[in-house]
Design a protein around this ligand. Sequence first.
Ligand code: GDP
Ligand code: MN
Length: 377
Amino acid sequence: MNIHEYQAKERFRAAGIPVPPGEVATTPDEAEAIARKLGGMTVVKAQVHSGGRGKAGGVKLAKTPAEAREHAARILGMDIKGLKVGKVLVTTAEDIASEAYVGILVDRRSQAPTFMVSPQGGVDIEEVAAKTPEAIRKLTVDPRYGLLPHQALWLANALYTDPAVIKQAARIIQQLYRAFVDSGASMAEINPLITTTAGEVKAIDAKMSIDDNELDRRQDVAAMRDSSAEPWAETRAREAGLSFVKLDGNVGCCVNGAGLAMATMDLVKYYGGEPANFLDIGGSSNPDKVVAALEIITSDPSVKAILFNIFGGITRCDDVANGIVTATQRIDIKLPLVIRLTGTNEALGVEILKKAGFSAYTSMDEVVEKAVQLAKA
Ligand code: GDP
Ligand code: MN
């Protein structure tokens, strides 16, 4: 689950990290009122689950409350990387002397939280990693002991030379580790961590992703979900209990079982196609789930053909076939659809589908090749 900058900043503040004051607005009026209350220069920032807002025109400095209002009017409703801006953060502007990067994520290779810091902040860390990898210092944390004080100092030493500044940064890095662990995060990032012209270290941006598996035991974190800011298909999939990942191809895949879904995607590629998604509808013949799956797949304009690959184990193929027939009666599908059923009662299932006018098969190769051809046609 992704959370907004203003929400991540609340968690950072609670952990003691210095964050400039600010509030969220959903209208230009509110933005102006907040800017007036804060006084002085402010920054109006688009709240979307995406980085690179600055480059997209979603971060603007305002000298007056009236200017904050104008910026808010322009930013609210803006489209940033396919996400619509519904909220802006109005926050006090800082006099920036330097911008650094501080991030922590769960690293698959070391199987532990890993810090990455760089004195080259403000830009994409991926860009720094590609061009000047030597400008990044990494540290893997042993979660049994947490981040030790000397480790935090070692990281801060990569960012600054002034001992007073290093001390502030080391404290912030430790506080970030606490916020990361306490939130059940898989990623937390401050980009940029700034020094002000007065020599203070502050977080002026905040990003955090929460591990979905941590949400059940963290009500306060789960309550931060903003479904209106998530891609529609993801919300729909979560509510219907489907595992869904959007991809860039044009063959919409609807499969029962994660392993079979992966194998299906591989076979789509083998036959020269590209899967539009990973979608596991689980082991059920419930037509509601099939309806949700079809809605999700057909909401993607790049999908040109739909491929069902169903293995009937405990779920019987005839039940699944009936589920698919019921679902397609409830939703109007204009795309070509091919179905492969195998396992318990497969002959019966194929017969039900053929009677209803579908192309149904029992061979996985045959159906995938067919789907790839249809998507290309
Ligand atoms: P992002 O583009 O989505 O990562 O949004 P950021 O919050 O990182 O803002 C982008 C850039 O805007 C920062 O790197 C800063 O250079 C600039 N910026 C943001 N807040 C302030 C501020 O308070 N004062 C000044 N002078 N610049 C700011
Ligand atoms: Mn940033």
